[in-house]
Write a protein that binds this ligand. Sequence first.
Ligand code: FAD
Length: 424
Amino acid sequence: MRFHDSALEPSPGYPPSQRGAEALARARVFLRDTALPLCAAYAAEHGDTTFALEPDGRPSPFVLDFKRRMQMASAEAGLYALNMPVADGGGGLGPLDLFYVHEEVFRHGLLGQQWLLAWTEGPTPLLSFCSAEARRRWLPDLLAGRINIASAITERGGGSDVTSPVTRAVRDGDGWVLSGHKYLITGAPVVELVLVRVPVEGGTPGSLTCFVLPIDHPGVTRGPVVQTLLADGFTGQLAFDGARLGPEHLIGQEHGGVELLRFGRNWIRLRRAGMCSGLARHCLDRSLAYAQERHSFGRPIAEYGDVGAMLVDSYQDWMALRSLSIELLARFQREDVYDAPIGNATRRDLAMLKTFNEDALYRVADRAVQVHGGRGLLTEAGLEKIFRVARNLRIAGGTRETQRAAMLATFAEDEDATFDFGLA
Ligand SMILES: Cc1cc2nc3c(=O)[nH]c(=O)nc-3n(C[C@H](O)[C@H](O)[C@H](O)COP(=O)(O)OP(=O)(O)OC[C@H]3O[C@@H](n4cnc5c(N)ncnc54)[C@H](O)[C@@H]3O)c2cc1C
């Protein structure tokens, strides 16, 4: 049992740009010839590495080495930083073009091939606003996948509410001194660089300033790993104890960090669409195949009504999330959505895109585990990992409740509304 359209093609009504179509074709070749063989070789050497952690909870060195090799090979093939502007050495793809590439990558599941894409710890469009000195020092290595970066907003006191962080910077000559603590930060245990958003003394209440600095900067310490349901050792803490920052560390304008934060956040939320579609399609393909192959009481389980209903429901969820994504991303591509500030309608639809897709993927992943019975729970099968990732998506990057609150706020149709939830 399989789809008649088993190739995952762009929607004829919303084709990619020429640049996007070329990137998609190159991504397919890279997946076939480099990324998936690398995953297979790694799996043959290391077996099931689902919980491959060091005694202190960090990822095992061979996991980090594998991730880095995937990033660097992809960068060499010109695929890693497709999200970055061409002027900064990236691929310059818009949201719809990126969707088709991301979907193609994630439809293979989470074997490690997903690291070919710049993601949470990869170069972000926010880096375009860095000082010339910072760009010279770090951008080439980030674009080449040789180093990674964390984005630190959340604190123990709150992730959704970013308006009153405890971490702050005070003026010191031509620079600043940074003190405080960031919590639940992706990549904190392993990355080389960090983007921090904090209030600076003298700013209006709620204003933030963005800085970029290396993790080995004096006054910066990696805190312990915070193990989450992802159980991958990538989430942690960062402490800043009087870290002195010069003008070269500033991103954009002092006190201008909220606008920049939106800029980075739009990228985070948009990129989840292709991930959700690709992973949902992966779950569905595997569920369809397994339901046909697995026999119980002498019949393929697909013939049992409850199992068939799960397949149909997952197909509906996948089609709905894909159609919604393509429709909205085509619009965002025309509107150049990375530019801040965005209007209420775009803010509402970005929040909807995130919430709807992640809820739909969560349902599809849950059903895929269920269709596979006990095998669905085996780590070696890879489906339970997708389920765990799908569960995480509904909190990290802005909870579904704050997204819905943001949507509700826009119904007031006040273009000047300042509601802005779930910035983390
Ligand atoms: C694996 C993982 C990785 C992460 N990576 C990063 C990272 O790289 N960088 C970073 O800065 N942060 C990161 N986070 C933090 C993440 O963004 C926050 O956990 C998230 O924003 C929610 O914040 P919180 O945990 O403080 O929950 P809270 O804000 O305390 O929310 C608790 C509950 O209250 C609800 N709620 C809160 N406010 C409202 C509201 N206004 N309206 C309706 N409901 C509301 C929430 O939806 C939730 O149900 C990560 C978290 C995890 C688990």
